[in-house]
Design a protein. Structure first.
Length: 428
């Protein structure tokens, strides 16, 4: 069998290299072994020293024909064989193999299942997620980091640093849920809402299920736990509110004006924050119809999106041409949290009673910009990149409510007109 083909099939990497240590005499270097597995790495000494002239750096072995060098190469091959035995023994035990565990097994330490704490396992889960960009986007990974931060704060409140995975219980999850709903955000000065808390509970459940699949734990602490979902109200802006924000001077604050442009870009494209921030120059091209078109794979759903730029969005696109040339991105870069803080300030200055967030722009596109202009729901669904038209129907219900309110105002106006006509006839 071809040795190279065999190595290519191994689920880990073993490499030998030379390094100068304090104990090495002149013209001698120590041979070290490096093991890489599941995105973890460890180095350890082979207790062999060598004259660099006898070492083939590209192949990672000794060169020469002497019996001593042949023997040393045999020792390296023997080490590779032993590491392979250790790896497959750990696999047999259904352990998530780490490089340090292979080193310990090579050195004769008993091969036992690693006892994981929740935070340590969460760290490993995040590292695995980062190696799968096609599955976990950067914003999703950021949410797992936020989950870890919340868990650390929760543990601090109950005077522990961490908890063994096997000791995570339904009671702990209940207490964590209560903490999420009562903890006051240092910037927003209020507790997180139910839907935000649900996101962290859902991500914790994903981590726990991952530990169960790897047979690190057997009992599922989420069994019987219900994540209490609530349907959030879709907040959107009316034409009048959009005009107020658009025409407000904003104190001539350049940062607020820039955020307003970014908000209106989503108002007229319907793009999510993640897709707007990742939108690069090569994603916008002029189509055969003369319009500019955006073509991307959505970060959230991974599905392709191909939409035209409406004129107001094209105006903003052209406005930031210098930024596009300099950075390659269509819009200036900013964090979602900071952008929403600016939007909150814009709302206050403009006298808008609704809480502005970047996602309000997407809701506004779905309602005020499209459905209230009689754009059919299938087109709106396609434009928003929804995989199911049922998701879009939520906006249709909101629009009906708005139309009902508008009809009531029209009816009230008609009643006033009828009253005036009756009075005029009485006088006549």
């Amino acid at each position: 069998m071809n040795v190279k083909n065999l190595e290519a099939k191994l689920p880990y990497t073993v490499k030998f290299f030379l390094i100068k240590t304090k104990a090495d005499i002149e013209n001698q270097l120590s041979v070290y072994c490096r093991v890489i597995v599941n995105r973890t790495k460890t180095d350890f000494s082979m207790d062999i020293t060598v004259d660099p002239a006898d070492w083939d750096e590209s192949l990672g072995c000794f060169k020469g024909t002497s019996k001593q060098l042949h023997y040393l190469n045999f020792k390296l091959s023997e080490a590779e064989g032993k590491l392979q035995e250790v790896y497959y023994e750990l696999e047999r035990q259904k352990v998530h193999v780490m490089a340090s565990m292979m080193k310990d097994g090579y050195r004769g330490k008993p091969l036992q299942k690693k006892q994981y704490s929740l935070l340590v396992f969460l760290d490993e889960f995040i590292e695995e997620a980062k190696s799968k960009p096609q599955v976990y986007t950067l914003p999703t990974i950021a949410h797992y980091y936020a989950l870890k931060s919340h868990l650390e704060s929760f543990f601090k409140g109950i005077r522990i640093k961490d908890i063994q995975l096997e000791n995570v219980s339904r009671n702990m999850i209940d207490r964590f849920e209560n903490w999420l709903l009562s903890w006051e955000h240092p910037v927003l000065k209020r507790p997180m809402n139910r839907n935000t808390a649900n996101k962290y509970l859902t991500k914790l459940k994903v981590v726990i299920n991952n530990a169960i699949r790897k047979e690190i734990i057997i009992k599922n602490p989420f069994q019987g736990f219900m994540i209490k979902a609530i349907r959030g109200k879709k907040v959107f802006l009316t034409e009048e509110e959009l005009a107020i924000i658009k025409n407000h001077a904003l104190g001539n604050n350049l940062s607020l004006m820039r955020v307003r442009d970014m908000f209106f870009f989503s108002v007229y494209t319907g793009l999510r924050f993640s897709d707007s921030m990742s939108l690069k120059a090569n994603a916008v091209v002029r189509g055969g119809d003369g319009n500019l078109w955006i073509t991307i794979d959505q970060l959230k759903t991974k599905e392709a999106l191909h939409i035209p730029l409406l004129k107001p969005a094209e105006y903003i696109y052209n406005k930031y041409e210098e930024n596009r040339i300099k950075t390659g991105h269509i819009l200036p870069r900013i964090s979602n949290q900071k952008l929403n803080l600016y939007l909150k300030e814009i709302g206050k200055l403009a006298g808008i009673q609704k809480t502005l967030t970047y996602h309000v722009a997407r809701h506004t596109f779905a309602t005020t910009i499209t459905m209230e202009k009689n754009v059919d729901i299938k087109t709106v669904s396609k434009w928003l990149g929804h995989s199911s038209i049922k998701t879009t129907e939520v906006y249709a219900q909101v629009t009906k409510a708005h139309i009902s309110q508008t009809a009531q105002r029209l009816n009230d106006g008609m009643d006033d007109e009828n009253s005036k006509k009756k009075k005029h006839k009485t006088k006549g």
